[in-house]
Structure formats: C-alpha cells, structure tokens
Ligand binder design. Structure first.
Ligand code: ADP
Ligand code: MG
Length: 399
C-alpha cells in the first residue's frame, strides 16, 4: 500500500487551520437530506480535528454546477444536517478563498468548524487549476483528504491541494484504504472475487484486472450470460452482450493462464417474463434454457457450490448482484451467498469487502451489510480501484 500520513501523525495543531476535503454530495429531496451516510462518514475526522484544537474548514462539491454559482447547489443547504449530526454549530462561508475566508478564519476559535461553498462553483476545481488550489491553500496550515469517493478525480481539492500543504488521510479515507488493501493489495490467500450485475461492458476492466489477482472468480448476474454464450450455451432471451463473447473468451483464457478458477453458473433460475413470481418461473441446467426464457438468477444448487468455494477462501471482494435482486424471487442467490459470506466473516475465517451502488443495496436487502468486514459506498472510485487503477487523490497523499 502507498504509505500515507494519518491524523495520528499530526503534531500540536491548536489554532491551526485544517482544510478538510469531505464528501457532502448528499441526496436531497424537497430541501431535506434523505440519507446521512456521507455525513456520518466524515464525523470521526471532524471530531478528531476539532478535539485537537484545529480550526476545521470543510471543502466539498455538491451536484454539477459546472463552474457557476447555482443557488440550489449551495452547500449552505446542508449546513443544518451536518450541524445536527455533529451536535454543534457550524459557520457557513460563501467562498472558498480570499478575504471572506480569511476573515472567517479570524472569527473561528480552535475546535470550531466551518463549511466553505461548493468547490465546483469555480471552474478551477474540476480543471485542477494550480492558481485556484493555491488561493484555497493560502489560509490553510495543512490538508486532510477524507473523501475516498472523490479520489478517482484529479481536482483542485481532491488532488491539487495535497501538493501545496502537508497532506493527511482522514479517518474515513484511512479505513477505506486499509480495507481495500486487505482485500486486494495485500490479501490473505486464497482470494475470491464475486462479480455480478447487468453487463460485462461496464465491468470489463474490473474482470481483466481481477483474473490476474484472485484465485477464484465467481461470475453471476446478467454478465454471466455473455460468458455462457461465449462457451456456446444458448441463453435464450437473457440479457446478453453477444458482441462481447470474444472478449469474454479472452478473459477466460487469461484466467486459465493465471491460475484463476472462473466459476460460471451451471444451474439457473429462468422465466418467460420479467416480473415478480412469474407463472413460468423454473430452475434448470444452463443447457436447458428455452429460446423464449431468460436467466434472472443463479440456481440454488449452484449457489451452494459457490458457498463451498467461499468456505475455502480467506478473502472476498464483491461487486455486483448475482441476479435481478430487485424483483422476487430473483434475489435468492444474492441473499444466500451474501449470508454465507457474512457468516464466514463473523466466524473470523473470511475478510469480506464489498462495494457498488446496487451491491450495497442488495447486501442491505439481505440484512448482512453490518457483518461484512467493510462496505464501500464510494461508487466510481471503488470500481476504479477494482480495475487496479491508481487513484490520483490517493496517490497525492503518499508520503
Ligand atoms: P453495482 O451498482 O453494484 O456495481 P451493477 O449496476 O453492475 O451493480 O448491476 C446491478 C444490476 O444488475 C441490478 O439492477 C440487477 O437487477 C441487474 N441484474 C443482475 N442479474 C441480472 C440478470 N440475470 N438479468 C438482468 N439484470 C440483472
Ligand atoms: Mg449500478
């Protein structure tokens, strides 16, 4: 893992100004925050820095204002929700640099917290403009990045600032990097990866990277159909990217050479229509799918075999559901495999890390999210990490 400094490496920061990049890109409805997960994620860092007596200036983006001031995307709208979660008053500063910020810093006492305006109101943010970053850095004594979810972007407040001030990983960033390192960077072997979801095309780079990293690659979801088709299986009406069967074959060959065992479903749950509990629902061997049927989940015996694979592994990384889990009963394979992974994790025999928007929803649906070793809510950044890419926001923290 790239070495980085954490808040434990800070000396006396009483009265010093911390510029802290957090994720406050909060889902809102009718002016209210509908999910506080991201606020909660940033609390340990804010509380820690405030307790150390720093003046804490929070930097974040909110929506896509494209370099203009857009009132509906002002971070002033989230101040109330952050105050409530933090349990203390927060100052809002409608700028990110210049005299208004300087005056605000003068008013703040050690341990106080302020939220600066949406960094994307300025074009320099997404352009990673050095002048823009320099203007922000002017008031700061040090920089903390606690937004792993934005670390795949080289923007002024996610990357640029790290080069201008002493840079530290916040608690959330630190936890994420440690979990990801335990899952793929430096994992205990054998390692299994579960990759599912709708399409191969959205996860080609993930699959290509994983076959060189893991001992077992379990492919489920709609993307498994493309692999089955590549092996000559007739998948009927299933979601399948027939133009990618060549690529799928190449991935299977690479896996073979690398000593990675690929597990494709040999038994599937099919139906003629995509609806909840359809009358035509049945379970069959992959070679028995009729021309008017579609594969919507992995079959129960096949899931049991996959559970047995997990039992032989020490590490699991999971992205993508095994079936169309939003519609019953096509959640069965995802729920069953998730429960096995959770039980093995609770027993201490498996380190389990999962991420991806729908994956997190599926694990919550299975009721096991809390039992996984780590669940990443980072979305794009998590996928890029699974592709083996270096994230600019993380690279800039390396010391
Ligand atoms: P994530 O957001 O976790 O990265 P994806 O977006 O790649 O996951 O995939 C999730 C979607 O894949 C879900 O909406 C699910 O319904 C769909 N899916 C899974 N299996 C199938 C299948 N056999 N046929 C059609 N859609 C599927
Ligand atoms: Mg998705």
């Amino acid at each position: 893992m790239t070495a980085f400094k954490t808040l434990d490496d800070l000396g006396d920061v009483t009265g010093k100004v911390a510029l802290v990049r957090v994720d406050l890109n909060l889902p809102m409805k009718d002016g209210l925050v509908t999910d506080e997960t991201r606020i909660r994620a940033s609390l340990p860092t804010i509380v820690d820095l405030a307790a150390k007596g720093a003046k804490v200036l929070l930097l974040a983006h909110f929506g896509r204002p494209k370099g203009e001031r857009v009132s509906t995307m002002s971070l002033s709208l989230v101040v109330g929700a952050v105050e409530k979660a933090l349990g203390k008053e927060i100052m809002f500063v409608p700028e990110v640099s210049g005299p208004v910020v300087e005056q605000s810093v003068g008013i703040l006492r050690p341990g106080d917290v302020a939220i600066l305006e949406n960094t994307r109101f300025w074009k320099g943010e997404e352009k990673n403009d050095p002048e823009f970053a320099k203007a922000i850095a002017e008031v700061g004594d040090f920089y903390v990045n606690d937004a792993f979810s934005a670390a795949h972007r080289a923007h002024a407040t996610t990357e640029g600032l790290a080069h201008l001030l002493p840079a530290y990983a916040g608690r959330s960033m630190q936890a994420e990097l440690e979990a990801l390192d335990a899952a793929l960077g430096n994992p205990e072997k054998p390692v299994a990866a579960v990759v599912g979801g709708a399409k191969v095309s959205s996860k080609l780079d993930v699959l290509k990277h994983l076959v060189g990293q893991v001992d077992h690659l379990i492919i489920g979801g709609g993307m498994a159909n493309t692999f089955l088709a590549a092996k000559g299986v007739d998948v009927g009406k299933s979601l399948c990217e027939h133009d990618l069967t060549g690529t799928a074959s190449e991935i299977l060959e690479t896996a073979d050479k690398a000593g990675c065992t690929v597990h494709l479903p040999y038994e599937v749950v099919v139906s003629k229509e995509f609806a909840a509990n359809p009358p035509s629902l049945r379970t069959c061997n992959v070679h028995e799918v009729a021309a008017d049927e579609m594969i919507l989940d992995v079959g129960p015996s096949a899931v049991e075999a996959l559970a047995d694979v997990l039992k032989t592994c020490r590490t699991l990384v999971w992205n993508g559901p095994m079936g169309a889990f939003e519609t019953e009963p096509f959640d069965a394979a995802t729920v069953a495999l998730a429960k096995t992974a959770a039980a093995l994790t609770s027993e201490g025999s498996l380190t389990s890390v999962a991420g991806g928007g729908d994956t997190v929803a599926a694990l919550n649906h299975a009721g096991v999210a809390a039992d996984f070793s780590y669940i990443s809510t980072a979305g794009g950044a998590f996928l890029e990490w699974m592709e083996g890419k270096e994230l600019p926001g993380v690279a800039a923290l390396s010391s």
